[in-house]
Write a protein that binds this ligand. Structure first.
Ligand code: ATP
Length: 316
């Protein structure tokens, strides 16, 4: 095969707790990550020259080496030089549907798709743990994006424990097109403002692992959508909501709609999501939010929780 098309789903954070600062300077996190139906399509083709090329339909996404998909291909070429020499270069086309810099892991899921796609193109036969290990060097969210579904993530967000798949939970996402939040800014600001509260750097991993026996994990294991929605949590809301009043307002509008089980900002934002028991309720609330906030800059999507990460849709 010389070409693969892959679906690269976005993720939301059902839970994000900042435990403290690790010796390597990163934050120790306790998270629950969840794949959602909103996805990019990634096409990877073998080309005869020994170069890596990236195309994207979204003007804000770089196509040079700063694109995480490019870096994933470069990593594969470095790790597997014989396959790179044998099969040649790679052309990557990104059909971007996931809002950019939105807290939805758009770049990370593209990188995960490129790892999976090149593994297939070059017939490497890598296992899921091997793909996750490669992903870890590209970014903390990349390992999760490979297999997706529902998982507890600790460490930098790259230590994964899969949870049983959730189903039948519908989502409305709201994102202001022109608003982007830098993930490094959000964590840095959190550390400046709230770092005193986590000076204790003892037993970070053990404290993060306490999430395994927490209330939201119990709700996930019980597949209790209402209870999951009650236990949604994101520490980064403490810095992003005061800095971005539009995001706070959007969250409040969601919270006041009938049928909303719960609402929260995803990751470092600025996307806000709300959970529902039915697609019909989600679609109705989307319309109500559109009426409550008259602003063309506000993008709204209905989607649902899904049980997979990167998926091959066709090969030629
Ligand atoms: P995360 O939730 O993992 O923090 P995010 O959803 O907040 O990620 P991205 O959509 O990955 O953020 O974009 C962050 C920045 O990365 C963007 O400003 C963009 O310039 C850059 N970027 C690099 N590669 C990609 C890509 N393949 N898709 C989107 N953005 C990319």
């Amino acid at each position: 095969m010389r070409s693969y098309s892959l679906i690269a789903p976005a993720k939301i954070n059902l839970y994000l707790e900042i435990i403290g600062v690790r010796p390597d300077g990163y934050h120790e996190l306790a998270m629950i990550l969840q794949s959602i139906g909103l996805a990019d399509q990634i096409d990877v083709h073998s080309i005869s020259t020994d170069s890596i090329r990236v195309h994207c339909n979204h003007p804000q996404v770089p196509t040079d080496k700063s694109n995480l998909a490019y870096r994933a291909a470069e990593l594969m070429a470095m790790q597997f030089p014989e396959a790179f020499a044998q099969y040649g270069g790679v052309e990557i086309s990104i059909n971007k549907q996931i809002p950019v810099a939105a807290g939805l892991a758009g770049g990370s899921t593209n990188a995960a798709a490129v790892l999976v796609g090149i593994d297939l193109l070059w017939k490497l036969g890598l296992t899921q743990p091997e793909l996750e290990e490669l992903g870890r060097t590209l970014g903390s969210d990349v390992p999760f994006c490979v297999a997706g579904g529902t998982a507890i993530a600790t460490g930098r967000g790259d230590q994964l424990s899969p949870l049983p798949s959730l189903d039948n939970i519908y989502i409305v996402l709201g994102k202001y097109r022109s608003l982007e939040v830098s993930t490094p800014w959000a964590y840095k600001t959190y550390r400046q403002q709230f770092g005193d509260s986590y000076r204790d750097s003892n037993n970070l991993a053990a404290r993060a692992n306490a999430v395994h026996s927490g209330a939201i994990v119990k709700a996930v294991l019980d597949k209790d959508a209402g209870e999951i929605a009650q236990k949604l949590h994101n520490d980064l809301e403490r810095v992003v909501l005061p800095a971005y009043p539009q995001v706070l307002q959007l969250r409040e509008v969601f919270a006041n709609q009938e049928g909303v089980l719960g609402t929260m900002m995803s990751g470092s934002g600025p996307t806000v999501f709300a959970l529902f028991e039915s697609q019909q309720q989600a679609e109705l609330v989307l319309l109500q939010v559109r009426e409550a906030i008259i602003d063309e800059d506000l993008e709204l999507f209905v989607t649902r929780i899904i049980t997979h990460g990167i998926k091959v849709v066709s090969s030629v």
